[in-house]
Design a protein around this ligand. Structure first.
Ligand code: HEC
Length: 105
């Protein structure tokens, strides 16, 4: 009987561990660099300097986080607005990533 219970416990634990592992993967916030690659690299290049379609070199951007956030939310000239595609959280992830890029030089 004791063995049987231990067996049940082991299965129960295994299931719990398995189901515990799933949510963080699905719910984890996408990092700034991944979002950047997905939404921005087509024009700005994978790490900033590409300047496709007249896009500025983000490595050389001297804008502060507030201005960066505003431009990414609202767009500017040929730079599209990402208000509908990205949440505030996602936008700030990207902004941190750009700030990191521009501090590399
Ligand atoms: C369709 C091409 C395109 C895409 C996609 C794009 N950009 Fe831009 N971006 C531009 C262009 C063009 C400019 C220059 C705008 C201007 O002349 O005012 C620019 C300018 C900027 C600037 C201003 C830089 C400075 O120092 O003046 C920032 C910041 C920026 N983009 C961030 C982003 C981010 C973040 C993304 C992704 C969420 C993104 N861009 C996606 C084309 C694009």
């Amino acid at each position: 009987m004791r063995y049987y219970l231990a067996f049940i416990m082991a299965i129960w634990l295994a299931c719990n561990i398995a189901s515990d592992e799933t949510p963080p993967v699905a719910a984890s916030a996408t990092s700034g660099s991944e979002l950047y690659i997905r939404y921005c690299s087509a024009c700005h290049g994978t790490d900033g300097p590409a300047r496709i379609n007249g896009a500025t070199n983000l490595r050389q951007s001297s804008l502060d986080s507030v201005r960066l956030l505003k431009i990414v939310r609202e767009g500017r000239n040929k730079m599209p607005s990402f208000k509908t595609q990205l949440s505030i959280e996602e936008t700030s992830e990207i902004v941190s990533y750009i700030l990191m890029l521009s501090k590399k030089e």
